[in-house]
Design a binder for this molecule. Structure first.
Ligand code: GLU
Length: 471
């Protein structure tokens, strides 16, 4: 890689589950780094000790790997940890003091407020700018904001003009000597030779300050790009409290990585052509920050599920079985592990693959095959057996089942024969049979699983249901 190849970075703070908005930002950086033959640096911004936890860091690394971003790819660099650079952050602050770009101030926040009240302004008024104070206990180091305007050149938003008069002399080192995040973030970007900062829009208000720091530290600013937020259906910003935002949670429910990353890339951007479901490679080739929409993008869970359904349909049957078995053979299933029959699931798989939107839906479609008793709920049972002839026709079906050759065709004709005798349509006739055998009123086609369950077990379930219906 040449030295002027672009260097992107993704710089999450490990304070919780990995947010879908973060995942989208990571994908933007990744795609551009890969396409341009550059680097994607993963930097964990772990300096807020009260909120960080190591498991969140691992969660981010795992979720990125799930989306295809990991250290097995030569474009990937890291993870680096911001906390490891603390000395560099302080050293940079000291350089800014030595060069006159920053100065110490000993006012307490009460004194600052008091002064603001007297002059009828808000915030810090630059009181200590020319007092020539040196470092000392309780003194903060502040940046000397120059006069004029700061123009942030942003690939998504165009040129954004900030009047420096609206920006107070902001703090770089706290009274206890620790650097603030704003400074740490810039110093790390400089140290890591970052050329492109692509991140969430919420950081835009800080960007003029950061651009001034780049300048004062003797570097040209990076290319900025601030990506609009994701919102829910009420057009409110996605929040941890209100919305399902954790990538991990979608993964557990059986959203496929390919579907997730394709869907995330359609938020505020669209691949050329009529369809949004496209090969990853074509997204990598065509994505441009300049084409990202300025307005917030709606994170539509239903649409994500529809995407996922499409991706499930695109899988080969072997892939589908493999993915489904991650769930079917996990400890969360409702049947004892030794009752799972892979050959039964394989036989059912084509019928299930066409009917699920997320992989977790596979479980209730096939649980009755592996549970000792079908998971019957009272409401479905009562409804299915409410008709006058429900029990008697089911009895007749059972009689037919006793003597037929046990295969799908014969099972189907036996049920149809009973229907013809009574002039009842197949759909209606099936309801009590379905509930008796599967415990549910909806599910995959019925005759295949009946064949799989076998004559004895099917008849046992029918008899149990009949006994219950007649109680
Ligand atoms: N650590 C910041 C965050 O998680 C990111 C800052 C940045 O990308 O510059 O929001």
């Amino acid at each position: 890689m040449s030295t002027d190849a672009p260097r992107y970075r993704f710089a999450p703070s490990p304070t919780g589950y990995f947010h879908v908005g973060g995942a989208r930002t990571a994908l933007y950086n990744w795609i551009l780094a890969v396409r341009q033959g550059g680097t994607f640096v993963l930097r964990i911004e772990d300096t807020d000790e009260s909120r960080n936890q190591p498991q969140w860091t691992q969660g981010i690394i795992d979720a990125l790997a799930w989306l295809g971003i990991d250290s097995t790819d030569p474009h990937f660099e890291g993870p680096y940890f911001q906390s490891a650079n603390a000395a560099e952050h302080v050293a940079a602050a000291e350089r800014l003091f030595a060069s006159g770009h920053a100065y110490y101030c000993d006012l307490t926040s009460e004194q600052i407020q008091e002064r603001a009240k007297q002059t009828g302004t808000t915030g810090y008024d630059g009181y200590s700018r020319d007092r020539g104070l040196g470092p000392g206990e309780g003194r903060v180091l502040r940046f000397r904001v120059p006069e004029g305007h700061t123009i942030v050149k942003d690939l998504v938003r165009g040129d954004v003009d900030f009047d420096n008069a609206t920006i107070e002399d902001f703090v770089l080192l706290r009274g206890n000597g620790t650097p603030v995040f704003l400074l740490a973030n810039v110093v790390d970007d400089i140290l890591m030779r970052i050329s492109h900062v692509v991140r969430a829009e919420e950081h835009l208000p800080n960007t003029p300050k950061q651009q001034m720091l780049w300048d004062a530290l003797g570097h040209g600013a990076p290319q900025w790009a601030h990506v609009p937020v994701l919102v829910n259906e009420q057009r409110k910003k996605l929040s941890k409290r209100r919305d399902k935002v954790a990538v991990e949670q979608y993964r557990e429910e059986g959203i496929l990585a390919d579907a997730m990353r394709n869907y995330l890339m359609t938020l505020g951007w669209a691949p050329a052509g009529d369809t949004e479901i496209v090969e990853w490679q074509s997204i990598v080739e065509s994505f441009r920050l300049e084409d990202v929409n300025h307005s917030p993008a709606f994170f539509d869970v239903k649409k994500l599920q529809a995407f996922n359904g499409e991706y499930i349909r695109l899988m080969s049957i072997e892939q589908f079985v493999e993915q489904a078995e991650v769930i079917l053979m996990s400890p969360g299933v409702p049947w004892p592990a030794d009752r799972y029959r892979p050959e039964m699931f394989r036989a059912m798989a084509p019928l299930v693959q066409t009917r699920v939107a997320v992989m977790a839906e596979v479980v209730p479609m096939v649980d009755f095959l592996f549970l000792a008793e079908p998971p019957t709920d009272d409401a479905s049972f009562t409804k299915a057996f409410s008709g006058d002839v429900a029990a008697s026709t089911l009895e007749e079906i059972a009689v037919e089942f006793e003597s037929i050759t046990w295969n799908v065709e014969q099972i189907k004709s036996a049920v149809e024969a009973v229907g013809e005798r009574h002039g009842i349509k197949l759909g209606k006739l099936q309801a009590p049979l379905r509930v008796a055998v599967t415990g549910r009123s909806v599910g995959p086609p019925l005759f295949e699983p009946i064949e799989l369950l076998g004559r004895d077990e099917t008849l046992r379930r029918i008899r149990l249901a009949l006994a219950r219906a007649r109680r």
